[in-house]
Design a protein around this ligand. Structure first.
Ligand SMILES: [Zn+2]
Length: 191
């Protein structure tokens, strides 16, 4: 089961590790606003890396990858996870909030792997562009859970933002609304 689920991702080699990285321009982001993880908040513990390959339960309460998320996003994911459970789907967060340093390391790794900054940005954005660093994105696993959320997430305001990252979700509509069309990849969100 697990190997079948991972197959579509093998082309993007370390996509599971590097996932998620971009975002569309958000009209409500103001320079200097106190986003989770911003300089005005106390320094969070750790860099947000999730060691468990399976990911974290969305109901985990003491991991910085979750506690630094936008509370609205975490609430929506928890509601979705509870609903998924009733469909027999266990939903995990494989990546949530990331420190800027951690995101920088992921980006540098991707540049090495893909050979250029431009190609790397299709899979992982630099820290100043990443919704993960702002606490506004989660990566969901395993694949059946991401698939479930892709079909049902709009009921909770959760949308797949990038066509090449089926695991990456952001709050992008009102609960029960329609998700915006997906961008082809994270580079499309830059301009
Ligand atoms: Zn992501």
């Amino acid at each position: 089961m697990r190997s079948r689920l991972l197959l579509p991702l093998i082309g993007a080699a370390s996509a599971l590790v590097l996932s998620g990285c971009g975002r569309p321009p958000a009209p409500d982001v103001r320079p200097g606003s106190a986003a989770p993880g911003s300089a005005t908040a106390p320094a969070p513990r750790g860099d947000g890396r999730i060691a468990d390959d399976r990911g974290l339960s969305p109901f985990e309460t003491d991991h910085v990858a979750l506690t630094e998320l936008d509370p609205r996003l975490l609430r929506a994911v928890r509601q979705a996870a509870a609903r998924a459970k009733t469909d027999g789907v266990d939903l995990f967060i494989t990546s949530g909030w990331r420190s800027a340093d951690y995101q920088r390391r992921l980006f540098d790794q991707a540049v090495t792997q893909y050979g250029s900054r431009e190609e790397a940005k299709r899979y992982v954005l630099p820290p100043e562009k990443s919704a993960h660093v702002r606490g506004e994105a989660v990566d969901i696993g395993p694949t059946d859970a991401a698939d479930w959320l892709g079909r049902r997430g709009a009921a909770f305001g959760l949308c797949q933002v990038y066509a090449n990252e089926m695991w990456h979700f952001e709050l992008a509509t009102r609960p029960g609304g329609a998700c915006p069309p997906q961008l082809p990849d994270a580079t499309a969100a830059e301009y």
